[in-house]
Ligand binder design. Structure first.
Ligand SMILES: NC(=O)c1ccc[n+]([C@@H]2O[C@H](COP(=O)([O-])OP(=O)(O)OC[C@H]3O[C@@H](n4cnc5c(N)ncnc54)[C@H](O)[C@@H]3O)[C@@H](O)[C@H]2O)c1
Ligand SMILES: [Zn+2]
Ligand SMILES: [Zn+2]
Length: 379
């Protein structure tokens, strides 16, 4: 690999030329990393809803041609000027949000919302020079959330790379680079259910099931899964979900159904749907006096959260979280260790796997809600 440092690399990338149209595998040129940047070889990447959402480009500024992808595992090929934390050969997880280690957020123990490297879905270029590192015959191709992992090689800011245990299998731990860490951290870092408590999880997609996995790890005794799609219930049993509620099967609000099941409400709830009504239910179903609700889902722009203030006065807490409150560089390596120690199970999230040439099949599976995570193998 040393032979490629400082040179343009030609490799394959899946390029989105237009919104909603199948990606096309193209030969692209990947420029060397500049100051504070790292070029890495992607070995495995997986598809997350955020990729599909921006590829469909409904209601956002479309930015094409673009290389999507943000959940991945790779190996450092070369580093730019000033990069001392990483060297060629290091195993890394790229993350859509970064940690500069220098801003007020990075210095705060309570925040992971770095001012410099916080997710930016509109920017399709590198911070350094406002340019793309990808091109086809000299024509630039835009980046996506600073990661663009649907490419054999990509360039990422060093602050968006977590250096992990080189023994960790990248085809498994790559799913920790977005959705699974988000749900897991929402429970373990934010909801913090005490051992033996009752936890409700709204939305049983990959993020919600990761939140359930967090509840299982924390030792919750009852985990109530809430979803409008009952097809999710069978799979959710593998994640420790003990009871199921489909709000559409009841003629009263789901928060009342849950209050009856739990003698007044759950101890913790984690919302992973993105639906504002589910967010309100997730808050109103927690027990007064101590209940904590955590919002994870990303709502529509116009959505408004409404609840009677008495619900808060009665000592319920409402919280929200971004990337499960994990600081990417500081905290992700230890999440990988949880997997290595067999505390955390990842295999059950990986329902499908396809070679890079069939990346469009991963999109189809996600659109049909048939997959939790589909691993895309680059080699
Ligand atoms: N905060 C963060 O940092 C962060 C990071 C990643 C993803 N997310 C968000 O998390 C959410 C979940 O992501 P996912 O990939 O698991 O999505 P998903 O679509 O796979 O799962 C969502 C589930 O919610 C269910 N659902 C929808 N409306 C519902 C309702 N009213 N009541 C009950 N269930 C309902 C759906 O049937 C589905 O099973 C999304 O909104 C996503 O944007 C947030
Ligand atoms: Zn994601
Ligand atoms: Zn920062």
């Amino acid at each position: 690999m040393a032979g490629t440092a400082g040179k343009v690399i030609r490799c394959k990338a899946a390029v989105a030329w237009e919104a909603g149209k199948p990606l096309v595998i193209e030969e692209v040129e990947v420029a060397p990393p500049q100051a504070s940047e790292v070029r890495l070889k992607i070995l495995f990447t997986s598809l997350c809803h955020t990729d599909v959402y921006f590829w469909e480009a409904k209601g956002q500024n479309p930015l094409f041609p673009r290389i999507y992808g943000h959940e991945a595992g790779g190996i450092v090929e070369s580093v730019g000027e000033g990069v001392t934390d990483l060297k060629p050969g290091d195993h890394v997880l790229p993350v859509f949000t970064g940690e500069c280690k220098d801003c007020a957020h990075c210095k705060s123990e309570e925040s992971n919302m770095c001012s410099l490297l916080r997710i930016n879905t509109d920017r399709g270029v590198m911070l350094n020079d406002g340019k793309s590192r990808f091109s086809i015959k000299g024509k630039p191709i835009y980046h996506f959330v600073g990661t663009s992992t649907f490419s054999e090689y990509t360039v990422v800011h060093v602050g968006c790379l977590a250096k992990i245990n080189p023994l960790a299998p990248l085809d498994k731990v790559c799913v920790l680079s977005c959705g699974i860490s988000t749900g897991l951290g929402a429970t373990l870092n934010v909801a913090k259910p005490p051992k033996g408590s009752t936890v409700a999880i709204f939305g049983l997609g990959a993020v919600g099931l990761a939140a359930a996995e967090g509840a299982r790890i924390a030792g919750a005794s009852r985990i109530i899964g809430v979803d409008v799609n009952s097809n999710r219930f069978e799979e959710a049993k593998k994640f420790g979900v003990t009871e199921f509620v489909n709000p559409q099967h009841h003629n009263k609000p789901v928060q009342e159904v849950i209050a009856e099941m739990t003698d007044g409400g759950v101890d913790r709830s984690v919302e992973c749907t993105g639906n504002v009504d589910a967010m309100i239910s997730a808050f109103e179903c927690v027990h007064d006096g101590w209940g904590v609700a955590v919002l994870v889902g990303v709502p529509h722009k116009e959505a408004v959260f409404k609840t009677h203030p008495i619900n808060v006065l009665n000592e319920r807490t409402l919280k929200g979280t971004f990337f499960g409150n994990y600081k990417p560089r500081t905290d992700l390596p230890s999440v990988v260790e949880k997997y290595m120690n067999k505390e955390l199970e990842l295999e059950k999230f990986i329902t499908h796997s396809v070679p890079f040439s069939k990346i469009n099949e991963a999109f189809e599976l996600m659109l049909k809600a048939e997959s939790l995570r589909c691993i895309i193998r680059m080699e």
